[in-house]
Design a protein around this ligand. Sequence first.
Ligand code: HEM
Length: 460
Amino acid sequence: MTSRPAVVHPTAVIPGGVPGLGHLPALVADPLKFLRHVRGYGDLVVIRVGPLPVYVLNAPELVHRVLVTDGTDFDKGRLFERAGPVLGDGLLASDGDHHLRQRRLLQPAFHRRHIPSWAKATEAESVAMCAQWRPGDAVDVVTWTRTLATRIVLRTLFRAEPSDRVVARVDRALPVLLRGFIPRLLRPDGFVGRVPTPGSVRFDRAARDLRGTLGEIIASHRTAAPGTEPPGSSRAGETETGGTGILPLMCGLGPGTHHELPDKQIQDEAVTMLLAGVETTAASLAWLLHDISQHPDVRSRLRQETDAAGNTAAATRQQAPYFHNVLKENLRLHTPTWILTRRARHPFHYGHVHVPAGAEILFSPLAMHTDPRLYPDPQRFDPDRWTRTAAPPPGAFTPFGAGVHKCIGEHLAWTETAVACSVIVSSWDLTTVSRSPRASKYLGTHQPRRLLMTAVPRCR
Ligand code: HEM
């Protein structure tokens, strides 16, 4: 990878703002295109969202500083305040001591020792869902991967049976909520911003429905006796096909777990896991299946690796180096979390740019992952780049974020994506029916707007 000189544009505020609206029209027209465009103006630039100045980070070293080195000097900012009615005090939206306490409580459920049991659960769910395909079926991949990811989170983290009714209710709510996040960020402050719109009404209704569904699942855990092992447990509340589970942990179930949280906090964490963990993993798998269908050479090498291992659950990181590179390349080129935000708690300087306390900050991992100065020929799907070239500098590859808020579900996401992909490629050929899918512009997650693929059994 090539290194970049630190460059700061003399004026910091980028040109092209419209009086009163600033860069809002360009941002609304195509947010990702705009963020790629501002990359050219310097390492730290200012855009105006209406009257609000927003500081955009375009340099890996700045990203690393804000997320990691000085990570505790920043909180999550306006986006997460506005998502408060949905995410509450869940991990994703919280900061400081509360965040640290919750993170410590939940961390054991995400430890990498659960990878084998997550792999088993993913294999079982993927095999069952693929068994419904008939040769020549057109599969709606965005919906299919979302359902799979919902089923896996319910089974592994919530230790709940993924009934069709519950899965359907979750899958109905999630896209509405994700569609609502960016408009919430862009809404003006004060009375005008609080006037209900059809979108905000749908958003609030979806949030209520999701919380209602989760309330039922939590109630069923509450009725289990404290300190007991949930059914199917092996050690410390772990199941053969699911790991520890966050709901049992938070309800104080299972040997060694003594924390019992109020229902509201448990709901906040459960909603957070669904919102942070389902669409991201589903989008990643959907892009991956599309890219593999466009690169038959990649598909054959993945098959060789799976066939040699003798089972699809072996597609986890350590055991399958080519899978690892393919997944990494997919996360680079189609980073689901295309935008991350922070707010400065203290003033700081970078070059001649002064960033005041309270300043809103954002950066796009996706724009950085496709910066030609960091990744030559950035739009090419090229898994071998990860072994051919040196590792990117700190801050240049952050699909799971970094620092105190780094994705807690990273190992689960890798396992799910690798094993589901391995199950599919070992038995099916998926081919994209329409043109290359376009990404949804306004979702909180970067995902294909629509992706239809034909499923044909693999010829051996
Ligand atoms: C490919 C899939 C995934 C991607 C790309 C992804 C990406 C991210 C990123 C970038 C962050 C950091 C956000 C920030 O710094 O503002 C994050 C945080 C988080 N993710 Fe993931 N994620 C994925 C899967 C999952 C899964 C499967 C779960 C759990 C079911 C999950 C749960 C969380 C939670 C709870 C946080 C907040 C962590 C904290 O603030 O301490 N994610 N994720």
